[in-house]
Write a protein that binds this ligand. Structure first.
Ligand code: AMP
Ligand code: MG
Length: 425
């Protein structure tokens, strides 16, 4: 874990020019000050979906636990295939899934009718698919000699007793839970949920359902962040509502709310304008804050740091800027606080289906939709809108965000790009 900055390690105080840094450095700085939650709780598997494992989990059994048939067919013994075929065997038993392997089987030449999932009786070392056997009376006729252990899932073939099934810091996706269930694990030790506090700042904001006076707008960021966080079973949201642009009111709200959460995310009021009070309000609560000037669009001004024991992320207020900075910078830090190993956004290779002039040296995040596939199957992206951080319409139509790299001043059709689908947020 990286040490938290002390108040004296502030890289920048108001008025000093902050260095402009790339997005990945900004995200790494935010992740570095995250302090993972430590408290754990024990949950039954059925209540643990999406939660973060607090410990490694070793298998308490072999998987499969016994030799079992992978097919409906006939269990045979290779040693019984003497001379040339075809061979005829009497069918002397029947094994279904769930039957115990307790029967005694007659003679060397016997075959056993067997169904998928049934234990393979001791001494039998191949299962022939029923389609390859000709049934006649109480026997079967087989034309081809089987291979050893054909169509048999051997005990311990997938997992050996004591093997590590899952590691600390993994989120319990459905297939991981299925693996645990398959090896008999009934409950798991998970990290407690990370408490994420949300504070919308801005004197102009009203919530939908309220009436708007002149100069007021509706609060989009509250539901945006609530809904994004609602997708994470490892997070619990504490919503502290809207605070107007008054330094004292903000200071009080930040003081009261930061003590109740592990991470406090604010939106709005973080630029250098006279009416941007978030930094001063956080500092009046003893915050150690780093003013990040990130070479990104949207979202250049943002703040990360610590207020009391709480990670603080002050995001810009334009909804698209909030969305992008939340996903790229705040969320990795929140994921790290939740104890997750895997903290950075998942991105996929794609190709530009558009041309667009941009400023060199700045990473741009633009809303995109998948318009088709190129020859290698990679998504070809259509850019929506013209990059305004206030235009939610384009973002609402998008399937994800494309990253336009800082080294380019012109995006040409066919250029490789990174694509972050929303479903992988
Ligand atoms: P700020 O970051 O406070 O300078 O705000 C930038 C722009 O985003 C301004 O036009 C604000 O009115 C707008 N804005 C700030 N917060 C929100 C919000 N929660 N929902 C919608 N728009 C917002
Ligand atoms: Mg504002």
């Amino acid at each position: 874990m990286v040490a938290r900055p002390s108040p004296s390690s502030e890289s920048c105080s108001a008025g000093q020019a902050a260095e402009v840094i790339p997005v990945d450095i900004a995200a790494a700085k935010a992740v570095a000050i995250a302090r993972p939650v430590r408290e754990t709780e024990r949950l039954p598997l059925l209540g643990a979906a999406g939660r973060v494992l607090a410990t490694d989990i070793g298998s308490q059994m072999d998987l499969p636990p016994f030799d079992s048939s992978a097919m409906d067919g006939y269990a045979v013994r290779l040693a019984a295939f003497a001379g040339k075929g075809p061979w005829r065997f009497r069918v002397t038993g029947r094994m279904r899934a769930g039957d115990p392997d307790t029967c005694a089987w007659e003679g060397d030449a016997a075959a056993v009718r067997i169904f998928t999932g049934a234990p393979v009786p001791g001494g039998f070392d191949a299962v022939l698919m029923q389609e390859r056997c000709e049934r006649s009376g109480d026997g079967i006729l087989i034309a081809e000699r089987p291979r050893a252990w054909e169509n048999i899932r051997r005990a311990g073939e997938y997992v050996r007793i004591g093997d590590r099934l899952l590691a600390e810091g993994e989120a319990l996706a459905p297939q991981k839970l299925a693996l645990l269930a398959g090896s008999g694990v009934a409950d798991v030790e998970v990290l407690r949920k990370v408490r994420v506090g949300l504070l919308s700042t801005g004197s102009e904001l009203r919530d939908p359902g309220q009436s708007l006076a002149s100069g007021q707008i509706y609060n989009s960021n509250r539901v945006l962040l609530r809904a994004m966080l609602a997708g994470f079973a490892w997070a619990e949201v504490l919503d502290f509502g809207i605070v107007p642009d008054h330094r004292d009111a903000l200071a009080e709200a930040i003081g009261a709310s930061s003590g109740r959460c592990d991470v406090l995310v604010t939106t709005g009021g973080v630029s250098a304008g006279d009416e941007d009070h978030v930094v001063a309000a956080a500092r009046s609560n003893g915050a150690s804050l780093e003013v990040l000037k990130v070479a990104m669009r949207p979202g250049k001004p943002l703040k990360v740091g610590v207020v009391g024991g709480t990670l603080f992320a002050g995001l810009p207020g334009n909804p698209n800027a909030t969305l992008v900075t939340f996903r790229q910078i705040a969320l990795p830090a929140i994921r790290a606080t939740a104890g997750l190993r895997d903290v950075h956004p998942a991105w996929f290779p794609a190709a530009a289906g558009f041309s667009y002039a941009k400023k060199r040296g700045r990473t741009e995040f633009v809303p995109v939709r998948v318009a088709g596939r190129d020859g290698s199957g990679a998504p070809v992206l259509e850019m929506l809108g013209r990059g305004s951080s206030a235009n939610l319409g384009a973002m609402a139509q998008a399937e994800g965000i494309a990253l336009l790299p800082p080294e380019a001043d012109m995006i040409e059709e066919g250029m490789p790009l990174r694509f972050e689908p929303f479903c992988h947020c």
